[in-house]
Design a protein around this ligand. Structure first.
Ligand code: NAP
Length: 270
C-alpha cells in the first residue's frame, strides 16, 4: 500500500515521521508534498518527495490531507484529476464535512483527528468514514494510525464533542493543573518543579489505577475522601462550583466549533 501526506506543517510532519520511523510504511511507499517545496526537499531519506500533490495522488492508495480548512478546497481541486479510483482520502480536519468535500469530487473519504500525544505514539485518534468507504478502508487506515496510538471511531456528527474530549483535553488539563499547581505553590515552600512532578504522578497514577481496577471517577473519589477528612472538604468545593464551570466551558467551545465549521464550509458553497 502506498501512502501520501499532503502538507508538511505541524501535524503533517508528525504523521509523516511516525509512519516512516515506526516502519508502518517503507520509504519507497511513502510520499510527501507541500505548497512550499523547500520545506520538504531534505526528506529524501524518509520518503519520496513530490514536486506537486497531483503527482503524489497519482501514485498513492491512502492520502492524508494535512492542510488547514481554508486550503482543503484548493488541494482537492489540484488532486481531483489524478486521484486513483480506489484511493482513500483522509482529511485531518474535523470541521469540513464529507458533504462539502464531496462537492469538489465524490470519493471514498475518512477523517482522522490525532491529538498532541501522537508525537510520542500515545494519541487517541478519532476517525470517521463516509458512506463510500468500506471495511477494507477501515482496516487499512486503522493499521496506519496505530503508529500514532489508539484509534476511536465515531459518527461524523460526534466529532465536535469527540475532539473536545481528546484533542482539546490536553489543553484543558494543562489549564486546570496549572491553576492547581499555582494555588498549591502560594501555600507551600515545596519547589515548583517538585509540585509539577507530584501533580503529574497523581494524574498518571490515578489513570492507571482506574484502568487496572475498572474504577469510575466517582469510585476513586469515594476511595480517597474519608468522612470528615481533607479530601472530602476539597471535593465539596469542586462539587459545588466545578459543574457550572465545566458546563460553561463546553458551551463556549461548542459555539466556537460551530463558528469555525460555518466559516470552513462557506468556502465550499461558491
Ligand atoms: N496541529 C495539530 O496538532 C493538529 C491536530 C489534529 C488535526 N489538525 C488539523 O490538521 C490540519 C493542518 O494543521 P497544521 O497545524 O499542521 O497546519 P500548518 O502547520 O499550518 O500546516 C499546513 C501545511 O499545509 C501546507 N499547504 C497549504 N496549502 C497547501 C497546498 N495547496 N498543497 C500542499 N500543501 C499545502 C502548508 O504549506 P506551506 O509550507 O507552504 O505553508 C503547511 O505546511 C488542520 O486542518 C488542522 O485542523 C492539526
Amino acid at each position: 500500500m502506498k501512502v501520501g501526506v499532503i502538507g508538511y506543517g505541524s501535524i503533517g510532519k508528525v504523521v509523516l515521521e511516525k509512519l516512516a520511523r515506526s516502519g508502518a510504511v517503507a520509504r519507497e511507499d511513502l510520499y510527501v508534498s507541500n505548497r512550499t517545496y523547500e520545506k520538504i526537499a531534505h526528506l529524501g531519506d524518509l520518503c519520496r518527495v513530490c514536486r506537486s500533490s497531483g503527482a503524489l495522488a497519482a501514485e498513492t492508495d491512502v492520502i492524508f490531507l494535512c492542510v488547514r480548512p481554508a486550503d482543503i478546497r484548493a488541494v482537492l481541486e489540484e488532486i481531483g484529476p489524478a486521484v486513483r479510483e480506489d484511493a482513500l482520502l483522509v482529511s485531518l480536519n474535523e470541521c469540513v464535512s464529507f458533504a462539502s468535500m464531496s462537492r469538489i469530487f465524490p470519493h471514498k473519504m475518512a477523517k482522522a483527528i490525532p491529538n498532541v500525544a501522537a508525537e510520542i505514539g500515545q494519541s487517541q485518534t478519532l476517525v470517521c468514514y463516509n458512506a463510500l468507504a468500506g471495511e477494507g478502508d477501515r482496516a487499512a487506515l486503522g493499521g496506519l494510525l496505530g503508529c500514532l496510538g489508539s484509534v476511536i471511531e465515531l459518527p461524523e456528527e460526534e466529532l465536535a464533542m469527540g475532539s473536545e474530549l481528546v484533542s482539546c483535553m490536553p489543553g484543558f488539563l494543562g489549564a486546570l493543573f496549572d491553576a492547581l499547581g499555582r494555588a498549591a505553590g502560594e501555600r507551600t515552600s515545596i519547589p515548583e518543579g517538585q509540585i509539577l512532578e507530584m501533580l503529574l504522578g497523581s494524574l498518571s497514577g490515578t489513570a492507571a489505577l482506574m484502568r487496572e481496577r475498572g474504577l469510575s471517577f466517582v469510585d476513586v473519589a469515594a476511595r480517597v475522601a474519608t468522612r470528615g477528612g481533607m479530601t472530602e472538604a476539597g471535593a465539596a468545593v469542586l462539587a459545588e462550583r466545578f459543574p457550572a464551570v465545566a458546563g460553561e466551558m463546553f458551551d463556549r467551545t461548542t459555539r466556537r466549533y460551530e463558528e469555525i465549521a460555518r466559516r470552513a464550509q462557506a468556502d465550499f458553497q461558491r
